[in-house]
Design a binder for this molecule. Structure first.
Ligand code: SF4
Length: 131
């Protein structure tokens, strides 16, 4: 896992800005697969969960379920201002709080949206910390 983490992505009602940056990491320009990082659809196969967007009352339980499906050892990275604090939606009536109020978060990537380099750097730092 430390050398070749598999990653899953959960969009908690993001505006898609963060999601586009995550997807950009897979393009030939950034090509994270050359670093051994692979995106998987199923959280059951993933070591790291990337969460973008605002966690709200509607998707809170879904996020908990997705996290529960991951095998141990598992790690979570909150992507963007929405995941960290609620960002522009922090006063929303159905806001369930930042990601770390719902599931444990190991790393935060600030920005609205963060650049692909920041996302890749966060994954690298997380792996470095596990060494
Ligand atoms: S942090 Fe910014 S770009 Fe990312 S989901 Fe929130 S509003 Fe969109």
């Amino acid at each position: 896992m430390k050398r070749s983490p598999w990653i899953s992505h959960y969009n908690a009602s993001s505006c898609n800005g963060c999601d586009l940056e995550i997807l950009a990491c897979l393009t030939p320009r950034y090509d994270v697969e050359r670093l051994g990082i692979v995106l998987r659809e199923s959280p059951r196969h993933a070591d790291i969960l990337l969460v973008s967007g605002v966690v709200n009352m509607q998707n809170k339980d879904r996020l908990k379920r997705v996290y529960g499906q991951m095998a141990k050892d598992k790690y979570v990275i909150a992507i963007g201002a929405c995941g960290i604090s609620g960002g522009p939606f922090h006063e929303g009536w159905n806001m369930a709080g930042p990601v770390d109020k719902v599931i444990p978060v190991d790393m935060y990537v600030p920005g609205c949206p963060p650049r692909p380099e920041s996302i890749i750097n966060a994954i690298a730092k997380l792996l470095e910390g596990l060494e």
